[in-house]
Design a protein around this ligand. Structure first.
Ligand SMILES: NC(=O)C1=CN([C@@H]2O[C@H](COP(=O)(O)OP(=O)(O)OC[C@H]3O[C@@H](n4cnc5c(N)ncnc54)[C@H](OP(=O)(O)O)[C@@H]3O)[C@@H](O)[C@H]2O)[C@@H](O)CC1
Ligand SMILES: Nc1ncnc2c1ncn2[C@@H]1O[C@H](COP(=O)(O)OP(=O)(O)O)[C@@H](O)[C@H]1O
Ligand SMILES: [K+]
Length: 503
């Protein structure tokens, strides 16, 4: 799915109106009807629920007027609040004339704000994608009042005060929605951790926007859905053998962190690798052989951390990082790997920290490699804290561009930046994954997919991110969020990948 800017969203609305030969009022009715249907179906409102609909002066406010009209006609006790403004959009004015006589309408007066119970529901239709500046004055006062009320706020299209595609200055008023009901395509703002407290749970409602205009819209930001991933993982041919799926090498583990090597090894095996050799310090040899008998194990001469790079000739892909430690000897293994590898590398955890602490190593990164930092590792890698999540995305894009590597930024919506400047957001996964070892599982799975020569580096990365989160989603009913362990994710990698084989 494409992520479009506010300006592109507006252009898409206009293109739809033209292509379908409808009026902008028709599109507004569709939008507002979709919101009302969602309220009926999902919120299951009681007829005595106190409902406040707050409308701004533009088309977002126009949507709110139609929602209020619909709720009133359905017999709900709706109170409608209008924000005073010098100008209103034509569609707002049109909808204002359609309001039923019995519907209570009041202008917001900053000296006497609406009395809103904590049990009430508020429809926030103050501002949407037309927000042109941070909120102040009456609008900011009303938004702060809504936030303080404790009511369940449902935002139409955007939480008012939040920009769709850019940061707002710290401390300015933004609605804290419980739900945000947006139309057809998500907004970049929904995917960034800094906006979680404003956006709440977001949903996409159908609007029937013009498919050709969506196809033609230019963007380098994408939200990757299950539908788009389905069919992209090739089935195993009848006469395939273990050589068909590649031989991977994993360099992992140090004294006290052999578990990370075990998790990455098991995940790589479940990811469908043909053969796997795991290189661990000698202390990990027995542990690995017992916990992952399907993998071959190569012990390093040193007991506690890796000091020597094995011959790379047999391997189709190499992964390095889980539980590695940052000893000088291990840094030299990494340096040697970067200078000699002729196959894709998957680089994670302490290997990333070593790249951060020794920036001269970064120029050695083989183009096309995949790096998988979480935000702290990414900060160490680029050596500069991000001002905000938007800036961090720019850092990510720039890092991928100047190294020629694919770089992941792990989180609730993990972002993958490509050397060409595209950013893909993953849509699967759940907060149960916020537990030690989840990242090691991802590294193992990505390594397996990189060893499979049938997949491009981009497809291997996208499929791996998707299947990793999906495996955790499949595990969730068995474990709950708190009880989800990294090893539960491993258990469901197979089913998650199977879903992607079939179109
Ligand atoms: N046909 C369509 O296009 C469809 C659109 N749809 C809906 O329309 C929404 C977009 O509508 P929109 O473009 O009218 O913008 P909207 O968000 O209502 O705000 C603009 C108004 O707010 C004002 N304003 C802005 N910032 C302000 C501030 N800080 N403080 C105070 N005022 C501020 C601005 O004034 P100005 O900047 O000109 O001074 C203008 O008056 C979209 O989110 C979706 O809900 C759906 O119905 C589907 C069909
Ligand atoms: N709230 C969340 N929602 C979805 N995925 C999450 C969430 N929290 C963590 N994850 C995923 O779990 C993994 C955690 O990786 P990482 O931080 O490297 O953990 P570790 O180093 O402990 O293995 C990442 O793939 C991340 O995207
Ligand atoms: K809104």
């Amino acid at each position: 799915m494409k992520l479009l800017s506010a300006a592109q969203t507006h252009a898409l609305d206009q293109a739809t109106i033209k292509a379908q030969n409808i009026s902008s009022i028709d599109l507004m009715e569709r939008a507002a009807n979709a919101v009302t249907d969602w309220l009926f179906k999902e919120l299951l409102l009681d007829y005595d629920t106190e409902i406040h609909v707050c409308c701004g002066p533009g088309n977002n406010g126009g949507d709110g007027l139609v929602v209020a009209r619909n709720l009133h006609r359905a017999g709900y006790p709706v109170r409608l609040w209008l924000l005073p403004a010098a100008r209103h959009s034509a569609d707002f004015t049109h909808q204002q004339h359609q309001l039923p006589a019995g519907l209570a309408v009041q202008e917001v007066n900053p000296d006497k704000l609406p009395d809103i119970a904590a049990t009430a529901m508020v429809v926030d239709a103050l501002f949407g994608t037309g927000l042109s500046r941070p909120l102040e004055g009456d609008a900011a006062t009303l938004v702060r009042h809504l936030n303080a009320s404790g009511a369940t706020v449902v935002a139409v299209d955007m939480p008012s005060g939040l920009f769709a595609d850019a940061p707002q200055p710290a401390g300015c008023a933004v609605v804290q929605a419980r739900y945000t009901l947006s139309f057809e395509l998500p907004k970049l703002a929904f995917l960034l951790p800094q906006n979680a407290g404003f956006v709440g749970d977001w949903r996409l409602l159908p609007l029937g926007l013009d498919a050709q205009a969506i196809r033609e819209a230019k963007t380098n930001l994408f939200f990757v859905t299950a539908d788009e991933m389905r069919g992209r993982f090739p089935e195993r041919p009848k006469f395939s053998h273990k050589g068909t799926f590649g031989h991977a090498l994993l360099l992992a583990g140090s004294q006290g962190k052999i578990g990370a090597a075990v998790l990455a090894t098991q995940a790589c095996l479940r990811g469908g690798v043909g053969l796997l050799t795991t290189r661990v310090p000698a202390v990990g040899y027995d542990i690995l052989q017992i916990s992952a008998p399907e993998a071959m194990c190569l012990a390093d001469p040193a007991a506690d951390f890796l000091t020597e790079l094995p011959d790379l000739a047999p391997y189709a892909a190499v992964g390095i990082g889980p539980g590695l430690g940052q000893q000088d000897g291990t840094r030299e293994v990494l340096r040697q790997l970067l200078t000699t590898a002729e196959v894709p590398l998957v680089i994670d955890a302490d290997a990333l920290n070593l790249l951060g602490a020794n920036p001269e190593l970064q120029s050695l990164l083989p183009p096309g490699s995949l790096l998988t930092p979480h935000p702290k590792e990414f900060e160490r890698l680029v050596g500069e804290p991000a001002r905000d999540d938007y800036h961090r995305l720019e850092q990510l894009r720039s890092f991928a561009n100047h190294t020629g590597c694919y770089c992941v930024l792990k989180g609730a919506y993990t972002a993958l930046a490509t050397p060409a400047g595209h950013i893909f957001f993953n849509s699967t996964g759940n907060p149960g994954m916020a537990t030690g070892g989840s990242g090691d599982v991802l590294t193992g799975l990505l390594l397996a997919l990189h060893a499979d020569q049938r997949l491009s580096p981009l497809d291997a990365a996208l499929l791996g991110l998707h299947a990793h989160g999906r495996a955790a989603d499949l595990a969730l009913p068995h474990t709950g969020h708190a009880g989800l362990l990294a090893s539960d994710i491993i258990r469901f990698i197979g089913p998650a990948l199977s879903e992607l084989e079939i179109l």
